[in-house]
Design a protein around this ligand. Structure first.
Ligand code: LCS
Length: 393
């Protein structure tokens, strides 16, 4: 079915599907590493790009391609590139767009390894980098250099929930010929479409809201323009960070319910955030849906909902947070996020432990910060769980 002009929910369910010879209602798993050519000429034509046809699963595969097509339609981009993990998506984009002597500006608070691979590995190849709070457009402006190639933004950021104005950031970057890459993991295209807001590339850890069931690790990149799409796909193929067909099948299955999962999760998150905000043991809380969030107005403008990630700190800091995490029963004490189950974790000792203490401080990732990924369980149960654990603090 051609879903190009259909609504978002129709795209979630049908985009990417192709005519199956047996009429299969869902895209089958083409669990194969390679594809037979009709003859030698066909093989040569496939490699020369003169004929459509699959060659080898690292290069392309019908099951993976169905998911990539769906994601490109949902993000309003030219094409999608599915990867083995969110980090394979991040590193394929860096690999494609950076090089010796090039400079990248990156949000200071991003998922730890998205920053770590720049500091530890790309720096070894002569890539220059500046980490700034991209929610302040003036800080981006100050960081721009002659050789700046890429502006890499997470919004909202993991785990500090800072938002960046994507329209303003893209306008500024494009004036200087800089490409804008957005990690849209925390929002998903259901709530935020960076390419529509002027950005050039969007990527996801599909491990999170896109798949939504905590049973795969994966990633995807979507480029707005054909040239950029081809450049990143070529790099992904050489790096070898492709998704596999079974992973693509599961992720595409999860994707179909993105909107109803997100609606329920964010409805729950709003109630949990309101509960925590009033709790006497909570010192501070950041949730874009709360009026107290410093960028609540930007969230309303740029996103169509507030997602289900909450960061907060208790009076008593880390010691109090540890007691809370050790006493929850329904929420799993686990990293990752965006699944149907509620998760709680401590970024300074877990997801962002790889950053130096100074870098964490500069990025506002305090030792007392506790991160909650609110799931779709009965909200009274989630609140009751937090309530009984907070009573022990
Ligand atoms: N981008 C963001 C915003 C993420 O949160 C993560 C993983 C990645 C990229 C990397 O994706 P992966 O390779 O894991 O699929 N974030 C995690 C987190 O906050 N806890 O565990 C993983």
């Amino acid at each position: 079915m051609n879903t190009k002009n259909k609504g978002f929910n129709t795209k979630l369910v049908h985009a990417g599907a192709f005519d199956d010879p047996f009429g299969s209602a869902v895209t089958p798993i083409y669990q194969t590493s390679t594809f037979a050519f009709k003859n030698a000429q066909h093989g040569a034509d496939c490699f020369a790009g003169k004929s459509d046809g699959y060659i080898y699963t690292r290069i392309g595969n019908p099951t993976i391609n169905a998911f990539e097509t769906a994601m490109a339609e949902l993000e309003n981009g030219f094409g999608g590139i599915a990867t083995s993990s969110g980090m394979a998506a991040v590193s394929s984009v860096y690999f494609a767009l950076l090089g010796t002597g090039k400079h990248i500006i990156c949000s200071s608070s991003v998922y730890g390894p998205s920053r770590g691979i720049l500091e530890r590995d790309f720096s070894r190849f002569g890539v220059e980098m500046t980490f700034v709070n991209t929610s302040k457009i003036s800080e981006i402006q100050k960081a721009i250099k002659e050789n700046t190639e890429v502006l890499y933004i997470e919004t909202p950021t993991n785990p500090t929930m800072q938002l960046t104005d994507l329209v303003a950031a893209s306008e500024l970057a494009h004036k200087h010929g800089i490409k804008v890459v957005v990690d849209n993991t925390f929002s998903s295209p259901y709530l935020q479409k960076p390419l529509d807001l002027g950005c050039d590339v969007v990527l996801h850890s599909v491990t999170k809201y896109i798949n939504g069931h905590a049973d795969i690790v994966g990633g995807v990149i979507i480029a707005k323009e054909e040239e950029m799409y081809k450049k990143i796909r070529a790099s992904m193929i050489y790096l070898g960070g492709n998704m596999d067909p079974h992973q693509a099948f599961l992720t595409h299955r999860g994707l179909k319910t993105l909107s109803i999962r997100m609606e329920k999760a964010q409805e729950n998150a709003m109630k949990v955030a309101e509960y925590l905000e009033k709790h006497p043991k909570v010192e501070w809380i950041l949730y874009p849906g709360l009026k107290s969030h410093p960028q609540h107005e930007l969230a309303k403008k740029q996103m169509s909902g507030f997602s289900s990630m909450i960061s907060f700190g208790l009076k008593g800091g880390l010691a109090a947070g540890r007691i809370l995490m050790d006493n929850v029963h329904l929420a799993l004490l686990a990293v990752s996020l965006g699944g149907v189950e509620t998760l709680i974790q401590h970024p300074a000792s877990m997801t962002h432990a790889g950053m130096s203490k100074e870098a964490r401080k500069a990025a506002d990732i305090t030792d007392g910060l506790v991160r909650l990924s609110v799931g779709i369980e009965t909200v009274e149960d989630i609140i009751h769980d937090l309530d009984q654990a907070l009573a022990k603090v």
